[in-house]
Design a protein around this ligand. Structure first.
Ligand code: 2P0
Length: 316
């Protein structure tokens, strides 16, 4: 028997940027995301007579993180036979959208189905969180909230059941030669910032305001809060006491300036950034093409994509 699951990646509008427990991936704050239609991972699993084997985009892949994750699933679900895991990633390389979110969500869905288990989305979310925190949010379409919780049982994501709205994301891929700091290491350093406690406190307030803005389908408010939350996250990296760093490049700053200019012209455009130099611009489906055109005119080499709200996990 083989089982195939597809999960889409997600963009956090209220970020996860710190762990209170790195083993269980318990975050210091709750986070909130939009699932993206255009970027996803499709994963097929089947029994392998010998040992766990991973294939990603047609190539054998040896990932300690994934092998450990499969063993964690064996601990949690009861031992199961070795598996062949075949994954196709439809997340543009270097777009700065974590493929680990869609990858661990699709893997968790495919393995549990293959075992004949019919787990709830909340249970799947809890399991996938152990692989990658952001994967906990990739089971749901549209908007999801990951409740930080206080232990393995209470930390999982849920759908917001938010109203449909014409939200869009323009992804601006900045080329970079600099080696990036991984998310786990970045979070560890950020937590040494003297501003970290304030960030956690503000994030709780921003989450409440974001929930209200989403229920009101207020794209301007959603963008304003998301931009404030993301820029504050990046301030923590700069003010870390233990090895300060930045994901920004000169091009990142240039795009942020263009986004502010476009806003002054009356366009709906708000920036968010993750663990890399790429800028993602929150806008409406109607205005996304104008934003792409303006960025392309100012920076002809920039690679740009438009993403829209996507579906939750599905099985073929
Ligand atoms: C997020 N990021 O909320 C934040 C914002 C990047 C910046 O979650 O260590 O791969 O595997 O739990 O989920 C990317 O980090 O981190 C991430 P781990 P993950 O989307």
């Amino acid at each position: 028997m083989t089982t195939t699951a597809t999960a889409h990646t997600n963009i956090a509008l209220i970020k996860y940027w710190g762990k209170k427990d790195p083993i269980f991936n318990l975050p210091t704050t709750s986070s909130l995301s939009l699932t993206l239609n255009e970027f996803y991972t499709q994963t097929t699993v089947s029994v392998n007579p010998l040992a766990d084997e991973l294939m990603i985009n047609g190539q054998a892949f040896d990932s300690t993180r994934t092998h450990r994750f499969l063993d964690m699933l064996r601990d949690q679900l009861g031992d199961f036979a070795p598996l062949t895991v075949t994954s196709e990633n439809h997340v543009p390389t270097g777009a700065g959208l974590a493929s680990s979110a869609s990858a661990f969500a699709a893997l968790t869905g495919a393995v549990t189905r293959e075992l004949g288990l019919d787990l709830s989305l909340a249970e799947l979310s809890r399991l996938a969180r152990r692989g990658s925190g952001s994967a906990s949010r990739s089971f749901y379409g549209h908007f999801a909230i990951w409740h930080e919780g206080h232990d393995d049982v209470s930390s999982f994501a849920e759908s917001l059941n938010a109203p449909a709205m014409p939200i869009a994301l323009v992804v601006a891929e900045v080329s970079t030669a600099t080696k990036k700091v991984g998310s786990t290491e970045g979070m560890r350093r950020a937590a040494t910032s003297p501003d970290y406690g304030t960030w956690v406190k503000n994030s709780n307030t921003q989450l409440k305001d974001m929930l209200a803005a989403i229920q009101a389908s207020d794209l301007e408010k959603i963008g304003t809060i998301a931009e404030a939350n993301a820029l504050a996250m990046h301030d923590l990296n700069l003010t870390a006491r233990d090895a300060p760093f930045t994901y920004f490049t000169p091009e990142t700053t240039q795009i942020l300036t263009l986004v502010a200019d476009m806003r002054r012209q009356g366009l709906l455009a708000y920036a968010t950034l993750d663990a890399g130099p790429n800028v993602k611009i929150i806008t409406s489906q109607a205005q996304a093409p104008s934003i792409v055109a303006q960025l392309q005119a100012a920076l002809p080499a920039l690679h740009l994509e438009i993403a829209t709200s996507g579906a939750g996990i599905h099985y073929d």
